[in-house]
Design a protein around this ligand. Structure first.
Ligand SMILES: Cc1ncc(COP(=O)(O)O)c(C=O)c1O
Length: 491
């Protein structure tokens, strides 16, 4: 075997490999069919520019193979592994969605148990359908003050193991979309005491490894595996993520095999290069970049303290509702004291003040702040909120916030429910029936009902309120939810 050159965090090996190939620019008889830029629609080329298309290549010489990485991709993954302190790192082109699937597939097989929090992203359901594992659902605490779901407590994990000592692993989302963190260190210790693994959906947390002012990263707290949407919080392209393994309990070969199952055989090199380049920036200036994001978000959070009727969640929630820490680059802002729901506030900010925030719920909006935001962005958001505070100062506070419903009865595993025969019924008749499809208000895409669960009145009421007021769901085939798929009853 040829000796490998010493890796250096100043390098971007995948970018170098493709530049070397493009210098040669051979007559091209491989996939993709557009041959650099020549086959791309002219209008698209004019708008986007040509350069980007010559980087949309495939497993040509110099460029390695994601599914059997030995060259430039291996080097890029190795550099990322070093930055995040993992034993093994995999680049993902199907987002954290496929990272979550691979983590579940590598932990619990058909009929085996895995603990899943109720605030898990819908990709977790896909992992359960693929693996056939039996979920034991854990309910996060609820922060009544802020309307947010809190953390999964170590105590609830301990209780779960008491009832299910054969559980193979615990899956936790930390930080959540809203930046809420669970006590991963304590949960990891409990898992390991029971010879089980801790899997962390760290879709929203890759930046945490680069600032002392942010929660610690999952790997730093003992997680065995975590998946990170590098595209959500740093500078890589949409859909590019990483899966890290740091564990003696995880079979690396099994993880490799499962990644084959859930990833494309034609990975986009644009995505892969963007991961390599984002790693380069994090390795060389991560602390500076992430402290800029912290500074920008803290600027708005502090200024909002003196804006009447507007609240912004801060460190005061740490220690309540199972919340162990908070990512302060997430701005969870409410104008409910002015009579505005989160949905109304989000629309108002977009339509009248040209500020687009990530999501809304009935009480809050969520603004995600990254190092790529500017002081001007923050001023624009702040000034908009100041103006709204003045404009709605006579509004009546909204006190009623829909609370997340208790988990319904699990009748069938998600996999069994997925493959059983279904029928469409009117949504109004759904109470008492076994769900045949998922319902996840989107964003954030957190399922309220999973296939295989009996629809309770409480869950139905919760969804109905959302349907009337906002109405965008992932999961149901009928996106208006006039009809709903349930498991066909055996006569
Ligand atoms: C908590 C959580 N996990 C996983 C995902 C999926 O990540 P990706 O978009 O990288 O596939 C999301 C997406 O919003 C998410 O919010």
């Amino acid at each position: 075997m040829t000796e490998r050159k010493k890796l250096n965090q100043k390098d971007i090996p995948l970018l170098d490999a493709i530049v070397k190939y493009n210098e040669k620019k051979p007559a091209y008889f491989c996939i993709p069919g557009h041959r650099y830029e020549k086959g791309i629609n002219l209008r698209f080329r004019e708008i986007v520019g040509d350069a980007i298309f010559s980087f949309d290549l495939t497993e040509t010489p110099y460029m390695d193979d994601l599914h059997n990485a030995e060259g430039a991709i291996w080097e890029a993954e190795e550099l990322a592994r070093e930055v995040f302190g993992a034993d093994d790192t995999h680049f993902l082109v199907n987002g954290t969605t496929c990272g979550n699937q691979a983590m579940i597939l590598s932990t619990a097989f058909e009929g085996e148990k895995i603990a899943i929090p109720r605030n898990a992203h819908k990709s977790v359901l896909m992992g359960l359908i693929l693996s056939g594992a039996e979920p034991i659902y854990l309910m996060p605490e609820i922060s009544h003050e802020t309307g947010l779901l809190g953390g999964i407590t170590p105590e609830s994990v301990e209780t779960m193991f008491r009832n299910h000592p054969d559980c193979k692993g615990v899956f936790v989302v930390s930080p959540t979309y809203y930046g809420v963190c669970s006590d991963l260190k304590a949960i990891a210790e409990i898992c390991h005491k029971h010879n089980a693994v801790l899997l962390v959906d760290e879709a929203h947390g890759a930046h945490c490894y680069f600032s002392d002012l942010l929660p610690k990263g999952a790997l730093e707290q003992g997680a065995d595996m975590c998946a990170q949407s590098i595209h959500k919080v740093t500078g890589s392209l949409t859909q590019s993520s990483m899966l890290h393994v740091k564990s003696k309990l995880v079979d690396q070969k099994c993880v490799d095999a499962n990644l084959h199952l859930v990833q494309s055989t034609s990975p986009s090199y644009l995505l892969l290069i963007s991961l390599d380049a984002a790693r380069h920036d994090l390795a060389n200036q991560g602390k500076v970049l992430i402290s800029k994001a912290v500074e920008l978000s803290e600027y708005v959070r502090t200024a909002l303290k003196s804006v009447a009727g507007i609240t912004c969640v801060g460190h005061e929630i740490v220690g309540t509702a199972g919340i162990c820490d908070l990512d302060i680059t997430r701005l969870t802002i409410s104008a409910s004291n002015l009579g505005l729901s989160g949905y109304q506030l989000k629309d108002l900010l977009f339509e009248e003040y040209n500020c687009d925030v990530e999501l809304a719920d009935d009480k809050n909006i969520l603004a995600i702040v990254t190092f790529a935001n500017t002081k001007e962005d923050m001023e624009q958001l702040l000034n908009a909120l100041i103006a709204i505070s003045e404009q709605y100062k006579d509004g009546m506070p909204i006190t009623q916030h829909g609370k997340f419903p208790a988990k319904p009865e699990l009748v069938l595993s998600p996999r069994k429910a997925y493959f059983l025969e279904k029928e469409d019924i009117e949504w109004k008749d759904a109470v008492g029936r076994i769900a045949g499809e998922l319902i996840a208000p989107y964003p954030p895409g957190i399922p309220v009902v999973y296939p295989g669960e009996r629809m309770s009145q409480e869950v139905w009421d919760f969804i109905e309120e959302y349907r009337i007021s906002n109405g965008h769901f992932h999961g149901p085939a009928d996106s208006n939810l006039d009809y709903f798929k349930v498991i066909r009853e055996i006569k």
